[in-house]
Write a protein that binds this ligand. Structure first.
Ligand code: FEO
Length: 170
């Protein structure tokens, strides 16, 4: 059993994860339109991961006997200057999500809600990885600048990313 305040906060986090998925799906579409199929693949995998983040929260609320309350998802950005612009916006967004997860953890600690603290641990760790991935790709993009062959190599590398479900099986 979790508090009403926690229930509301976790439902808001579902919305943020769904928005993240929507944002990365938009970036995937933009990449395809720009002829960058590797980038499109990377963002498509990211979209799928974000949907799973939302579903983790969804299942947790249900396991706790709480109500899932889905809200309107905002329209994501749809135009981007170049791949660097997309990854800088991705990193900026992930920092916002990290803060949101930290705020949830603060609330769980304040409420002495041990179950939710344990549940949120996974998200705390995941956010470190998400920001690290974005920083790594931004570093590579900075190295190649506007050199076409460098961009071609990064696009090829990002085409290798595959999606593996990490949802706990029930
Ligand atoms: Fe679910 Fe990228 O944070």
């Amino acid at each position: 059993m979790i508090s009403n305040t926690m229930e509301k906060a976790l439902n808001e986090q579902i919305n943020k994860e769904m928005y993240s998925a929507y944002l990365y799906l938009s970036m995937s579409a933009h990449s395809t339109h720009s002829g960058l199929d590797g980038f499109a693949n990377w963002f498509m995998v990211q979209y799928k991961e974000e949907m799973e983040h939302a579903m983790r929260l969804y299942s947790y609320l249900q396991d706790q006997g709480s109500k899932v309350q889905l809200k309107k998802i905002d329209e994501p950005l749809s135009t981007f200057k170049d791949p660097m612009d997309m990854f800088q916006k991705t990193l900026e967004h992930e920092k916002f999500i990290t803060k949101s997860i930290n705020d949830l953890m603060d609330l769980a600690i304040k409420e002495k809600d041990h179950a939710t603290q344990i549940f949120l641990q996974w998200f705390v760790t995941e956010q470190i990885e998400e920001e690290a991935n974005d920083n790594e790709i931004i570093g590579k993009l900075r190295l190649v600048g506007d050199k076409g062959n460098g961009m071609f190599m990064i696009d090829k590398e990002l085409s290798q990313r595959t999606f593996t479900s990490e949802l706990p099986s029930k």
